[in-house]
Design a protein around this ligand. Structure first.
Ligand code: UGA
Length: 404
């Protein structure tokens, strides 16, 4: 098929390379000229495992452009533009702009417009009014750092459509994944995405609150508690890692967006609101742990990306931590294997540890596992529970969810 992709962020690019591997011709459109120029030279604008290699391998199936006109004769166009939260509410301007431009250029009335961007319920209906062509809602559940793996092996494919045939076409497109398919209405598909992200955020905030209590107890470790409760199939072991909080380009904006969307409908999402509140308090807990060690001095923050295996720092808790540390008068140096932060002086790993009085692990990169020996002599706070407490010095080590 000839497939258009509007918006070349992580979702657009992962969708593109995976479908290019299946032999489809992909026309990738973005308004960012530099991004398009880089992609024309086979350069991925982001770090995501496997993305650069896939881009090079299937480059013959790609056209990158800023010109929507090249989408005129496509079988299907994915909208994968960003949907930021501005002043606590979802901003859908990029989605509607894309829809308007598609409405102008699409020559065939059988080109299907597929919305992959995370959008509040009712959006597909509005996009249909703009483009006139069939619209399918096909939300994305990939995680950054695993974008290609998740796109090839999703847990499920959700397809929301008004009419059966366009939904069938999208279902066929993803058949190679062998994932179970849920056919839904537009609104259900849109709601599923928010319910999924909110639930995951709630799950993490829940274990983070349990971690708070564990810290107050003698001989109590939240990782053991999480492991045991996760063995209950009804709970499952995933997204139960206590830490300094959830960040990234999705959970913070999506939880806020759905809370305000619900509120506009006269409903309160009290549990999601509580999860946000718990998350906002995470950094202060780390700061008070640090103050228990030192009130001033050099702090090395290990990890600035919002999670491992990405160079993405959007809404990264590590960056918020760096800002708070600086406002509290600490001197901050940081190291990350892939990501950069303007907020701190970025140095090498050894250098970062050497100059530090205290080290805080903020992102659980594999590279930071097994650092126990190197950290001897320093105050250490394990914000992501990757160090072995039994190998750490007594009186100089604290960890999220670990009692005295
Ligand atoms: C999230 C969802 O997991 C995806 O299913 C969804 O498609 C995506 O948002 C999206 O809406 O596009 P992502 O933001 O890439 O994916 O990253 P996650 O792996 O979900 O991590 C989010 C945050 O939660 C990170 O800051 C991570 O460190 C934190 N986290 C995750 C924890 O603190 N504990 C955990 O157990 C898991």
């Amino acid at each position: 098929m000839r497939i258009g992709i509007v918006g070349l962020g992580v979702v657009g690019l992962a969708t593109g390379v995976v479908l290019a591997e299946q032999g489809h011709k992909i026309i990738g459109v973005d308004i960012d000229q530099n991004k398009v120029k880089g992609l024309e030279c086979k350069r991925s604008p982001i770090y995501e495992p496997g993305l650069q290699e896939m881009l090079e391998r299937y480059f013959h199936n790609f056209t990158f452009t800023t010109d929507y006109g090249l989408l005129s004769d496509t079988d299907l166009v994915f909208i994968t533009v960003s949907t930021p939260t501005i002043d606590g509410k979802i901003y859908l301007g990029y989605v509607f702009d894309a829809a308007k431009r598609l409405g102008d250029v699409l020559k065939r009335n059988d080109t299907i417009v597929v919305i992959k961007s995370t959008v509040v319920p009712g959006t597909a209906r509005k996009v249909k009014e703009i483009v006139k062509n069939d619209v399918v809602s096909n939300p994305e559940f990939l995680r950054e750092g695993r974008a290609i793996l998740d796109t090839k092996n999703p847990d499920r494919i959700v397809i929301g459509s008004e009419n059966k045939e366009p939904g069938d076409l999208v279902e066929n497109l993803w058949k190679f994944t062998n994932a179970p398919v849920i056919r839904t209405t537009w609104e259900e598909a849109e709601m599923i995405k928010y319910a999924a992200n909110s639930f995951l955020a709630v799950k993490i905030s829940f274990i983070n609150e349990i971690a708070n209590v564990c810290e107050k107890l003698k001989d109590c470790d939240v990782t053991v508690v999480a492991k045991a409760i996760g063995m209950d199939k009804r709970i499952s072991p995933y997204f139960l890692n206590a830490g300094i909080g959830w960040g990234g380009s999705c959970f913070p904006k999506d939880t806020q967006a759905i809370v305000s969307f619900a509120r506009d409908l006269g409903e309160e999402l009290k549990i999601v609101e509580a999860a946000i509140k718990v998350n906002n308090e995470r950094i202060n807990r780390v700061i008070s742990m640090l103050k228990g060690f030192i009130k001033e001095g050099n702090v090395c923050v290990l990890g600035v990306a919002f999670k491992p295996n990405t160079d993405d720092t959007r809404e990264s808790v590590a960056i918020k931590l760096i800002k708070t540390l600086k406002s509290e008068g600490y001197k901050v140096v940081a190291y990350d294997p892939k990501a950069k932060a303007d907020e701190a002086e970025m140095v090498g790993l050894d250098e970062c540890i050497r100059i530090a009085d205290a080290v805080i692990i903020a992102t659980e990169w594999d590279e930071f596992k097994g650092l126990e020996e190197k950290l001897r002599g320093k105050f250490v706070i394990d914000g992501r529970r990757i160090l072995d407490p039994s190998k750490m010095e007594k009186g100089k080590f604290k960890a999220i969810g670990l009692g005295e």
